[in-house]
Design a protein. Structure first.
Length: 215
């Protein structure tokens, strides 16, 4: 089984909980047989932001025009992201909530792969058809505040957005979610909250490895 881990925080683990979640997950998978685990680090990859340059590149490809450096970089980055997603059976996202949403570099990765004919398509009647129903997803998210209460749930545009994209549009089965929250809001309980969350991260990794072992 091919497991793609999308790392979406470039802060060190000593300072960022979602980075600790990524490291904990990877440590738990070490030695797991029948798992091919690769990391796509959205901050380490060359991922120019999605905008007019890439649409210019599409036009030049169709018309045989000469690409600029930024246009070629964008096409290369988009293809690499799509290839990584295509090869994966399970996609694991380790990401924080920043200012109520996801990091811009993770959004750029999504912009690269959120494509008609690749992640979804429309039938003759205009109905959307999901094209990634054979893939599974796991979300590892950290947020310093508390967003799981009914009055705050609508404010979270990170996990909710990821569910809508990868579950709703792409059609992936979301097989696990671990959310660590409230460690900034309740500093006296921060370490307890984080450790309990990291324990659940390890459980999620072990569950994935055990599922493979049973196949």
């Amino acid at each position: 089984m091919n497991v793609l881990v999308v790392k979406a925080n470039n802060r060190p683990a000593a300072e960022a909980v979602s980075s600790r979640m990524y490291e904990t997950f990877m440590d738990a998978l070490k030695g797991a047989e029948n798992l091919n685990v690769t990391t796509y680090d959205v901050f380490a990859e060359d991922t120019p932001y999605f905008g007019q340059d890439i649409f210019n590149a599409f036009g030049k490809v169709n018309n045989g025009g000469e690409l600029t450096d930024i246009e070629q970089r964008l096409l290369n980055a988009k293809q690499k992201a799509m290839d990584a997603l295509t090869a994966a059976d399970v996609v694991v996202f380790a990401f924080p909530l920043w200012n109520l949403t996801i990091p811009a570099k993770l959004q750029t990765f999504i912009d690269y792969v959120y494509a008609a004919g690749f992640a979804f398509k429309y039938d003759a009647d205009g109905n959307m058809i999901q094209l990634m129903t054979d893939k599974k997803a796991i979300f590892l998210n950290a947020r310093g505040g508390i967003y799981s209460t009914p009055e705050m749930a609508q404010m979270d545009m990170s996990v909710n957005y990821m569910r809508n994209v990868f579950g709703g549009i792409f059609g992936m089965e979301i097989i696990d979610e671990v959310i660590i929250e409230g460690h900034n809001a309740m500093p006296n309980k921060a370490e307890e909250i984080i450790q309990e969350g990291l324990r659940k991260v390890t459980e999620a990794a072990n569950k994935l490895a055990n599922q493979v072992a049973l196949v």
